[in-house]
Structure formats: structure tokens, C-alpha cells
Design a protein around this ligand. Structure first.
Ligand SMILES: NC(=O)c1ccc[n+]([C@@H]2O[C@H](COP(=O)([O-])OP(=O)(O)OC[C@H]3O[C@@H](n4cnc5c(N)ncnc54)[C@H](O)[C@@H]3O)[C@@H](O)[C@H]2O)c1
Length: 260
């Protein structure tokens, strides 16, 4: 038992992908889940599929008034908010020359400013409850730099710094703040760049295989880490980065060296 029964959780970017799985796993654990996304049709469908303990709220994470409405709606419906999962994000793949300033700014706006706005939006409620768990979905690209994703990596490094500072600032109010750092795996996010990467089979194999546990990280594995951080099982855990990456960021894996 995770102790998440009747906890109130809002998950951003939950209309599809990782966020949808996090919302489903929270609902299965007994939480009442608010599915938040700017994709209204898909988001409503996800909430409907999760049953009576789930609802949908339209939310663009970059818009402060959207946050105010989403949290007011959640508090009106449930009276409290226990868990905020800042999962919504966008990716941009491109060299520096192919990352113009408006794109760089937009990636930071969604991936870093969005969670900042969300954290501020839940602050008063969580402080008055004396309890809350905020989980940011960062990335291994927020732990190690990578060529071709400068804007995205910057946004996720920034998010981790924000999380750690918040953890220190909010701990005395009973609010924990942590980051989950998954390895890549959902092609919906990087789908637009797949045609360009089609010939890079060796690079992609190397990316997925050169780690302790090779292969694609499942959405459920990411959701499992979120559930742990959302629940009281992690009651004294705050300010951490939890990689869900098969050991990709643990160090170097060299082919053949394990059998020397
Ligand atoms: N895809 C991967 O391989 C991968 C790897 C590591 C980390 N992550 C992280 O996992 C999280 C989920 O990624 P995913 O793979 O499910 O991506 P995805 O693109 O499939 O889903 C992202 C969701 O966020 C929503 N979203 C985007 N901008 C929004 C905005 N401004 N306001 C509200 N919602 C918005 C989208 O509508 C979508 O539903 C992200 O934080 C991402 O950075 C993904």
C-alpha cells in the first residue's frame, strides 16, 4: 500500500505519454487525479477512461491565469491538493544554428517557467495543509549535457536547480520537492526528428545499450518513481534527482569489459 488513497493529485501534460501513465498509476493507487493539459479532447478522454475519481482541467502551463483557474477548480472540487506532478514539457532537437532565440525561449518557458508557475499556484494550499509533494519530471538531459538538445538540456538543468532550491525553502512547511530524471524513450516527443535520425541506427543503439540495464525505459518505470515520491514512503526525501535510466548516468559502460 502506498497510502495514496484519496490523495488529490494534479498531473500536467497528462493527455498522453508519460503523463497519462502517471495519472493512471496514481488513480490505480486510489488517488483522485486531475488530468491537466492544453490538449482538451485527448485530456478529457484520458480522464473519462480513469473513471469517477478523475477529472480534466484545461491548462497551458505557461499561462498564470490558467494555473489560478486549474488550482481553484481543484480546491473547489476536492478541498485540497496533495500532489503536483509537473510533467508537461516540449522538446527541441537541433544544433545551436538550428535553435533560434524564440525556440530556445519557448522551451524554457514551457519546461522551466511552467513548473515555477505551477509551484507558486499550489503554494498557499500546500502551506496551509502543512503538507504536499511536488514532483518535477526532468530528464537525464538535465543531469548530463548532450549535443543537439541545448535548449531542452538547459531547461531541465534549470528545473532541477529550481527543485532543489524549493526543497530547501519549503521543507519547513511540510512541502517536499523532487525531480525524476528519465532516459529517453517516448517517440511521440521526438517523433518530428525521427526522419532526420533514420540513418543514425548505430548512434541510437549506442544510446539505448551502453548502460547497466539496456533498453527503453517504460512509462510505468517512470510512473513508479513518481508514485514513490508522491507518497509518504518518501516522507523524508526532498531535493533529490531520481534517475530512471537503467544506469545511463551512473558512469561509463564499455562493451566487453564486464567479461575481462
Ligand atoms: N520522451 C522522452 O523520451 C523523455 C525522456 C526523458 C524525459 N521526458 C520527460 O517526460 C515528460 C513527458 O514527456 P512525454 O514523452 O510524455 O512527452 P509528450 O510530448 O508525449 O507529452 C507531453 C504532454 O505535455 C503537454 N504539453 C506540452 N506543452 C504544454 C503546455 N504548454 N501546457 C500544458 N501541457 C503541455 C502535451 O500536450 C502532451 O500531452 C516531459 O517532462 C519530458 O521532458 C521524456
Amino acid at each position: 500500500m502506498l497510502g495514496l488513497e484519496d490523495r488529490i493529485a494534479l498531473v500536467t501534460g497528462a493527455a498522453r505519454g508519460v503523463g497519462e501513465t502517471i495519472a493512471r498509476r496514481l488513480a490505480e493507487a486510489g488517488a483522485r487525479v486531475v488530468v491537466a493539459d492544453r490538449l482538451e479532447e485527448e485530456g478529457r478522454k484520458v480522464a473519462l477512461g480513469l473513471g469517477p475519481n478523475a477529472s480534466f482541467v484545461p491548462l497551458d502551463v505557461t499561462v498564470e491565469t490558467d494555473w489560478a483557474r486549474a488550482i481553484a477548480d481543484t480546491l473547489e472540487r476536492h478541498g485540497r491538493i496533495d500532489v503536483l506532478v509537473n510533467n508537461a514539457a516540449i522538446l527541441h532537437m537541433g544544433s545551436l544554428e538550428n535553435t533560434p532565440p524564440d525556440v530556445f525561449r519557448r522551451v524554457l518557458e514551457v519546461n522551466t517557467v511552467g513548473p515555477y508557475l505551477g509551484t507558486r499556484a499550489v503554494l498557499a494550499a500546500m502551506r496551509s495543509q502543512g503538507k504536499g509533494s511536488i514532483v518535477h519530471i526532468a530528464s537525464i538531459d538535465g543531469l548530463l549535457g548532450m549535443n543537439g538538445v541545448t535548449a531542452y538540456a538547459t531547461s531541465k538543468f534549470g528545473l532541477r536547480g529550481f527543485a532543489k532550491s524549493c526543497a530547501l525553502e519549503l521543507g519547513r512547511s511540510g512541502i517536499r520537492v523532487n525531480s525524476v530524471c528519465p532516459a529517453g524513450g517516448n517517440p511521440q516527443m521526438y517523433g518530428p526528428w525521427l526522419p532526420k535520425m533514420a540513418s543514425m541506427t548505430e548512434t541510437l543503439r549506442h544510446y539505448g545499450e551502453n548502460r547497466g540495464i539496456p533498453g527503453t525505459v517504460s512509462f510505468d518505470a517512470i510512473a513508479g518513481a513518481v508514485l514513490y515520491l508522491a507518497s509518504d514512503l518518501s516522507e523524508h526525501v526532498t531535493g533529490i534527482d531520481l534517475p530512471v535510466d537503467g544506469g545511463a548516468t551512473a558512469g561509463k559502460y564499455l562493451d566487453g569489459f564486464s567479461s575481462l
